[in-house]
Design a protein around this ligand. Sequence first.
Ligand code: ADP
Ligand code: MG
Length: 301
Amino acid sequence: MKNINEVIDKDNKLDLVHSFQDACSDKEFYNYLKTLPISEDILMKYTSSLQDAFKESKNCHYCRGLNHCKNRVVGYCYTPEKNNNTIIFSYVACKHEQKRLKDDAYKDNLELFDMPEEIANANLQEVYTDDKARIPIIHYFKEFMEKYQKGEKPKGLYLTGSFGSGKTYLIAALLNEMAKKKVASALVYYPEFLRSLKSSFQTDYNERFDYIKKSPLLLLDDIGAENESAWSRDEVLGPILQYRMQNHLPTFFTSNLNLKELETIFATTSSGVDKVKARRIIERIKQLTIPMELIGKNRRN
Ligand code: ADP
Ligand code: MG
């Protein structure tokens, strides 16, 4: 007499063989299996997963790019791999995703503080060339990159101009280019950064503050648009600029205000009027930067 378990085992095995043979009647699937360095007796235990993997690999074969990906996880292919007498399935980056990962590796050198993620895609090659106002800035960028590569620490820009003219985009494009050369930047949307810094006293205040103070390259975006307080002027901005001046760390600003207007903003805080402290900040900015203007049509949609 046969043990009941043996009978069930045998039945199961027969089922596996049948469904495997059934699946293999699809020639394409069969050919796919032949490319795998795995023996049939192992393969037949995984027919349904192998069919999924085959479907995904077929999708990849005809795929023109990540936007056309038909797989369950975009950019990844469900792939079998032999592990002793079993098969492990995992999601492996396809060739398009591998290229994207490689092309995006420079983003590890960028730290965004309250800036939109897309800013990390700003690209110098795509800067509008139809606009003469950009030419001196592009010229300055070229010089900046050359000097920095030579080990000099050139001054940053104080870029002022009309709303939506592309100030942030331009500086970000330069810093992204520097990131591709492995130079790290912090890109800080200054008004929001101040708000979040204020609420981080109990947590990571020092880390955040130190990070932007010491970042090899720094953009303080939209300075002058914040709610000015004596604290932000004297305890935040002042020490950051002081440190960066002493250490020759290139620092960039964008603002809708010119330096004269910025000085007026810094002079009047909720704690009263202090022209001397405002002047000191402006002097530091002047030491750190070359002023330039970008007036142009509003490019925001
Ligand atoms: P600003 O900082 O002067 O207010 P932004 O840099 O935010 O202006 O630019 C306004 C809009 O125009 C943004 O959506 C930005 O992505 C787009 N933009 C600006 N310059 C370029 C450019 N050279 N190429 C592509 N898009 C740009
Ligand atoms: Mg801006």
